[in-house]
Structures are given as C-alpha cells and as structure tokens.
Design a protein around this ligand. Structure first.
Ligand SMILES: [Zn+2]
Ligand SMILES: [Zn+2]
Length: 221
C-alpha cells in the first residue's frame, strides 16, 4: 500500500463505494460535454473545426467527452495533491475506451503525444498525468506514443487570464522534438480543456514542423 492509498483509501469519488475511484454507476452518471469547435469554442458537430474557423496551423478536431464538474472534477483535483497516479490510470482506462470508440480508425498513420508539465513539477509529483493518459490511450488505439512537445520557457499563472491574454501568455512556450509524425495525424492529449489556448499553441508548432493534422483529446472541459 502506497502513501497515497493510505492517506486516501480507494473509494469512489461519486458515492464512496470501495474498490476503485470511479464505480460503474458513477461512471455512467458523469456529465457529458457537448462537442465544440477547437478554434472558437462554439458548438460543433463531433468537435470538428468550423469551416470558417479553420486555419493552416490549427486544431482540426476536439474530443472532450465529459464536463469538468462533479465526480470527475473531484478526481482530477485529487490527483493534484495526493500524487496518486492510480486515479489517473483508472480514469485513463474508461476515458480512452470511450474516445477510441468515438474516433474509430484514422487513415494515414497516427501518433499520440501530450501537453507536458514543467519538469520541476513533474519531478515533485513523480509523474505527468497527461503522459499517463496519452500512453493508455495510444495503447487502446494501437498506435505509438511519443513525447513530441517540450516546454522551452515558463508561463505565468493562467487561471485569472481571459482567452486573449492566455493566448499571449502561452506563445512560444513549446518546442517540438523531431519524431515520426511528418504527414501523420498527431493526437495531443491533456487532462482538462479550459480555453484551448495551450492546445492551439502546441498544434501550431506541430503543424509547422510537418504534422498533417492535429486533434486534441482531453478528459473534460
Ligand atoms: Zn460511485
Ligand atoms: Zn469555430
């Protein structure tokens, strides 16, 4: 039994039942999110970018099955202070099954990657939750998972900035590594979508370096 399990015994974040963090009943009751365009944030069928919002270097599709609220929000927040990667692993299992079913197969090759945490933060926590989600998802999809994105400078706190300020704050924050993604679809995984500025910035860099298209896949928004 790890320290996290001793401090927070495994119990459902929704109803308190033992055995796991998200019981079957509470999973079914998670609030679904309506699909939105990853560029403007307005409603869009299956999360495709609106033709009017399409950019050469943008996010083409967003898959975000859940609302960031209730049981799921409780779980994601708990990860941040309990350092329990088991919560992420469990969430990753049911989330990735759902996402893979939704997107089906993509022609022409697919690589999965994620929005990385700061190295310092990762060392303190011991893991990067977006990486755990991405690896689980890639396995479910049967495609490769590589770290393509790295943070090349720090950003200030984002939580109190509006959409425009966030976009300015995030500009130039990511570098993209060489990898086997030229001409392929890159699916970028993250835990939570707020305004999408982080994902759009990552997509811009990936497209600039030769990715054919970039999709975002997050747990909640
Ligand atoms: Zn429950
Ligand atoms: Zn749009």
């Amino acid at each position: 039994v790890g320290v996290a399990e001793w401090l927070f015994p495994k119990a459902c974040f929704g109803c308190g039942a033992g055995g796991g963090y998200f019981c079957q009943d509470c999973r079914l009751k998670l609030e679904g999110a309506r699909a939105i365009c990853p560029m403007c944030g307005e409603t869009s069928i299956d999360g495709w970018v609106h033709p009017r919002c399409r950019k050469n270097w943008g996010v083409e599709r967003l898959i975000a099955p859940f609302r960031y609220t209730g049981t799921l929000k409780k779980g994601i927040k708990r990860v941040k202070y309990s350092s329990s990667w088991e919560i992420v692993r469990e969430m990753g299992e049911f989330w990735s099954r759902l996402v893979v079913r939704e997107i089906g197969e993509i022609a022409g090759g697919t690589v999965v990657t994620w929005i990385p945490m700061y190295e310092r933060k990762k060392r303190r926590r011991g893991f990067d939750q977006a990486e755990i989600l991405a690896r689980r998802f890639a396995k479910e999809m049967g495609v490769s998972c590589e770290q393509l994105i790295e943070r090349v400078r720090e950003t200030g706190a984002m939580y109190e900035l509006d959409k425009k300020k966030r976009a300015e704050n995030i500009r130039g924050v990511f570098g993209v590594k060489k990898g086997e993604y030229k001409g392929k679809t890159v699916i970028v995984v993250d835990d939570v979508w707020t305004t999408g500025s982080t994902m759009r910035e990552a997509a811009k860099e990936l497209m600039r370096r030769g990715a054919k298209r970039v999709w975002g896949a997050v747990v909640a928004r």
